[in-house]
Design a protein around this ligand. Structure first.
Ligand code: ADP
Ligand code: 5GP
Length: 188
């Protein structure tokens, strides 16, 4: 069965379960390429530079923007985040599909550069569940949590512009749906 390597972009509000879903999918699809984004935010406990993100200073981030190294970048919840074009190119040229887990502004910008990219929006079953998940993760200060929940409303309004929408209700079910979305588009 031949598959065409594709660029998938997964977005959705903070705490909806993007990271959890994508790691489940990666277990089933170890052939997927890995990309590491750059950010100016501070590492959380346990995050490793070069693995979780490339943690950059503001000056370093500016230099890379100037040098045209980003496929896209955006201000998200008060910090800058960006996808290095080299990370995506390296994987696609090696015949590997890529999943970018990025915010909604970044996703829509990727589509402008890569019209073939498949945009997948992950939706929460409700705002209440979203808040419970974000609180349950225990990674955010109250201020950061409030900002992320306030941003979620505007992000959800952009869901209709995506190619695919998946509600992350039951984790296993949503992961199977995401796997099916990957396969369907790789066969086209
Ligand atoms: P995101 O990457 O979108 O910010 P995470 O993957 O970190 O979100 O998930 C946020 C929290 O919600 C985590 O504690 C995770 O274990 C939990 N979670 C994710 N998906 C589900 C689900 N389907 N049901 C219940 N809890 C979930
Ligand atoms: P976190 O701080 O929780 O790791 O990520 C916050 C937000 O930044 C998430 O919505 C995540 O998808 C987004 N993000 C992570 N990497 C990138 C990136 O490279 N580009 C853009 N535009 N957003 C990103």
């Amino acid at each position: 069965m031949s598959r065409t390597p594709k660029l998938f972009v997964v977005s959705g509000p903070s705490g909806v379960g993007k990271g959890t879903l994508v790691s489940l999918v990666r277990e089933q699809r170890p052939d997927l390429g890995l990309t590491v984004s750059a950010t100016t935010r501070q590492p959380r406990p346990g995050e490793v530079d070069g693995v979780s993100y490339h943690f950059l200073t503001n000056d370093d981030f500016d230099r890379r923007v100037e040098a045209g190294e980003f496929l896209e970048w955006a201000n998200v919840h008060g910090n800058r985040y960006g996808t290095l074009a080299s990370e995506v190119d390296r994987n696609l040229s090696a015949g590997k599909s890529v999943i970018l887990e990025i915010d909604v502004q970044g996703a829509l910008n990727v589509r402008k550069v890569f019209p073939d990219a498949v945009l997948v929006f992950i939706e929460p079953p409700s705002m209440e569940v979203l808040e419970q998940r974000l609180r349950g993760r225990e990674t955010e200060s109250e201020e950061s949590l409030r900002l992320r929940l306030a941003d979620a409303a505007g992000e959800l309004e952009l869901a209709p512009r995506y190619d695919e929408r998946i509600v992350n209700d039951d984790l296993e079910r949503a992961a199977s749906e995401l796997l099916r979305v990957l396969e369907t588009h790789e066969m086209n």
